[in-house]
Write a protein that binds this ligand. Sequence first.
Ligand SMILES: [Zn+2]
Length: 57
Amino acid sequence: MIIFCEECGERYVIEAEELKGAAMIFICRNCNDIIRIPAQRPQQDREEEAPTEAKEA
Ligand SMILES: [Zn+2]
């Protein structure tokens, strides 16, 4: 995956296997800004489960 520094636009190529889905923080070698890579979550479907409604008598 490719990460860009938000400050200076420096590009970094990160091996996805290296992250293993974990979050990562490193410092840009160009501007010393902190670059954060959020944890990669596996497919997470947010299906809102409808609560079982109380039966109306
Ligand atoms: Zn930078």
